[in-house]
Ligand binder design. Structure first.
Ligand code: ADP
Ligand code: MG
Length: 351
């Protein structure tokens, strides 16, 4: 039999590597918004403005008043696995949103990306990258903070472009991301402008007077979920074996016909986690009929070593060391709050 010569093994170039990685981190425009806004939060911004056009497909611009990036660091910000947030020695102790150093190089691989930034004591500078190749750093005009513009997302990866949904659906997904991050950061002001949708503007303003986290969160939930939620929400503040549960959950009388208003956060990070959703459901089991769904924003906080956020590139999934304790904390914390409000587990609530 003829033996074929093996194919040569080659190292892929950076542009190809970034495009492959981008496929994991960046599913749709909303993923770009998530990465950029999380970077602004990590930079300590108090005010974050997000402008989008055509569902984010043609334009995403995030402007913040955070710490900025020094001109010399701009090329590094675009380099893969380069981050200012961890030094790699302690992956068990992550307190920032970012740590993989993947978002900016990935965005630069799938769209036309421009970063303009000014750090304290530095001149403003900018860098651009399109389809993976970066231009040199240039001087720019900016009084402070960072402006990151992504145009024509996925123009360099037409296969992904084809899978995007309507502008309306993509806008909605972006709105959802901003909403969740705005709940996670009630002391930060968020402004979302949809320039292609009659210049629609959503503002979540941080109240400068409020220093109390519960007050700030309650105010923010009132803006996002409405007055009825705020008026029917029970405050949660309970702990067990190193896990702390806080947030607000609505009385069973204020429920919804679909599980669309359940917001979960682990160490400040919005997550979609089956175990946590199941615990929320279980807590209301005896007070809600099967076709009704609780409305809640639950925050679970613990020592970073008790939870692994490094499960998924988009970091929307987490793994707890001890899921049973967390489930128990949520079920008993919610049941206790409901019982105190007069909705005993045995009460049947008319729909
Ligand atoms: P990561 O967030 O995982 O560190 P990114 O690719 O998202 O990776 O960003 C790379 C680096 O660029 C960050 O570590 C940070 O130093 C810098 N950076 C990105 N966005 C901002 C911003 N809005 N303000 C200040 N620095 C930023
Ligand atoms: Mg990041």
């Amino acid at each position: 039999p003829q033996i074929k010569a093996p194919p040569v093994i080659r190292q892929l170039d950076d542009a190809a590597i970034n495009r492959i990685a981008a496929g994991e981190v960046l599913e749709r425009p909303a993923s770009a918004v998530k990465e950029l806004v999380e970077n602004s939060i990590d930079a300590g911004a108090a005010r974050i403005e997000i402008d989008i056009a055509d569902g984010g497909k043609t334009l995403i611009r995030v402007t913040d008043d955070g710490c900025g990036i020094a001109p010399d660091d701009l090329p590094m910000a675009l380099s893969r696995h380069a981050t200012s947030k961890i030094d790699g020695s302690d992956l068990l102790n992550i307190t920032s949103f970012g740590f993989r150093g993947e978002a900016l190089p990935s965005l630069g691989a799938v769209g036309r990306l421009t970063i303009t930034s000014r750090a304290a004591g530095e001149e403003a500078a900018m860098i651009s990258v399109a389809g993976g190749s970066a231009a040199p750093v240039r001087p720019a005009a900016l009084s402070g903070g960072t402006v990151i513009t992504l145009r024509d997302m996925f123009y360099a990866t037409p296969a992904r472009l084809k899978f995007l949904r309507t502008d309306r659906a993509e806008s909605q997904a972006i709105g959802d991301v901003v909403k969740r991050l705005a709940m996670a950061e009630p002391f930060v002001t968020f402004i979302l402008r949809d320039t292609s949708n009659g210049d629609q503007r959503t503002t979540f303003r941080a109240d400068a007077e409020t220093g109390d986290l519960f007050d700030a969160l309650h105010g923010r939930l009132r803006t996002i979920l409405g007055r009825d939620f705020a008026d029917n929400a029970l405050r949660l503040d309970t702990q067990r074996e190193g896990f702390h549960l806080t947030g607000y959950a609505a009385l069973p009388t204020y429920s919804r016909g679909a599980a669309v208003a359940q917001f979960l956060f682990v160490n400040g990070r919005p997550v979609r986690d089956k175990m946590l959703l199941g615990a929320l459901r279980a807590a209301y089991m005896d007070v809600l009929s099967r076709d009704r769904h609780p409305v809640a924003a639950l925050f679970v906080d613990c020592d970073p070593t008790l939870v692994d956020v490094n499960v998924h590139p988009a970091k929307s999934e987490v793994r707890f060391r001890d899921p049973g304790t967390v489930r128990g904390l949520i079920v008993s914390g919610l049941r206790h709050a409901l019982a105190e409000a007069g909705h005993r587990a045995s009460t049947t609530v008319a729909d």
